[in-house]
Design a protein around this ligand. Structure first.
Ligand code: GLA
Length: 371
């Protein structure tokens, strides 16, 4: 294994100890049960406007995000469960960090450096969100980060061969709040062998509150002139197509339900990667979502070149979430900032392979307003 990886993890731990000694902003840590044979902790971050973010060490999952509406009333705007048991059952990645490669790899197969790798297939014929036991199903290390704003950094060492991927990967994901009402997520990955990497957060947002019903009346703007059409198993065909004249056109504010039925997919709904205008390496506006009843608006910006817009098509009323609420189809939306699905098999897509010795860095910011 690369000698720098344990050194990196050790130095992260020392930083956090220094932070606590320096008396940075209070971040509360509470026990949240057990998973994968280990104790799980929940970190509570409190920020501007009464904002609260709760993130746990299992899956580095964002379990709760309280933000104010136009009257200053706080509501939890992400789907999830009250207790850890819900997250241990079969559930669709609520709030989780997904990886090593989020989204799909066709047939779980790719060739790198003349060698073909076969990953776990866990979504029909394809590999989805890192495989059978991806980053969402492991217990991460966690440290409070020093500084003026509440922040917690999660770390995980994904070993060579895990789920079939090459190389030891040292992964850190830092959740932080700022003086605005926003949640920032910073990702860093280092590897000792070339490997595909695509890490994202899989939060299901309902800006009216997690029990508010469907999101079809939310108004979405996507900063994307193009998208990547898919086959029946949701693998990109390789084409990068204009959104103009299709139900994918959210360049101006549009109700999500407006053209949803016209999306030729089964189950019906959006589950597509959009090509973010001007993105790739620097922060760019990805999307704005407005929920008329509460007045909440969420602005998403990211350094990632793509975003998976997903309308909870697979939610089918079989999951009972927080406060005993049954989650039904279209009851939330995901905006998963990412490299395009199956990039490793499409040379015309932005490259998703992290070279040995290089560091992958990625930032996404969810900013909230109310009007
Ligand atoms: C992503 C995928 C969807 C679905 C969800 C989880 O958004 O693109 O097809 O797998 O994750 O259910």
């Amino acid at each position: 294994m690369n000698a720098r990886i344990p050194a990196l993890i050790l130095s992260l731990g020392l930083c956090a100890a220094a932070a606590q000694a320096a008396g940075g902003p209070a971040v509360e840590r509470v026990p949240f049960g057990r998973a994968d044979g280990k104790a799980v902790d929940l970190y509570v971050l409190r920020g501007a406007g009464g904002m609260v973010a709760k993130v746990m060490t299992y899956g580095a999952i964002l379990t709760e995000l309280d933000v104010p509406d136009r009257n200053g009333k706080l509501d939890d705007v992400v789907l999830g469960f009250d207790h850890i048991d819900g997250y241990l059952s079969k559930e669709p990645y609520f709030g989780a960090i997904v990886g090593r490669v989020g989204n799909r790899i066709a047939k779980g197969r790719f060739t790198l450096g003349g060698r073909t790798y076969q990953l776990a297939t866990n979504d029909g014929p394809n590999h989805l969100h890192g495989g059978k036991k991806g980053f969402d199903k492991v217990v991460w290390g966690a440290q409070v980060v020093p500084g003026d704003t509440p922040a917690v950094r999660f770390s995980y060492l994904s070993r060579d061969g895990e789920e079939g991927y090459p190389g030891n990967c040292s992964v850190t994901v830092t959740y932080s709040l700022s003086s605005s009402i926003e949640l920032r997520i910073d990702y860093a990955v280092a590897t000792d062998r070339d490997t595909p990497v695509n890490v994202t957060n899989h939060s299901y947002f309902n800006l009216g509150g997690a029990e508010n019903g469907d999101i079809l009346g939310n108004v979405l703007t996507l900063n994307a002139d193009r998208y990547t059409p898919v086959d029946s198993t949701l693998i990109p065909t390789g084409e990068i197509a204009p959104v103009a004249g299709t139900p994918m056109d959210f360049r101006s504010p549009t109700r999500i339900g407006e053209h949803l039925k016209e999306v030729g997919a089964s189950p019906v709904g959006y589950d597509h990667n959009f090509v973010v205008n001007g993105a790739g390496g620097r922060l760019a506006l990805v999307a704005t979502v407005y929920e008329p009843r509460s007045g909440r608006e969420m602005q998403v910006s990211s350094t990632e070149p793509g975003v998976q817009f997903y309308t909870g098509n697979f939610l089918d009323g079989t999951i009972t979430g927080k406060k005993g609420v049954v989650y039904r189809q279209y009851w939330a939306l995901c905006l998963e900032t990412q490299h395009f699905p199956d990039s490793v098999n499409h040379p015309n897509f932005p490259a998703s392979v992290l070279k040995a010795g290089d560091t992958y860095r990625s930032t996404t910011i969810f900013r909230f307003m109310a009007k």
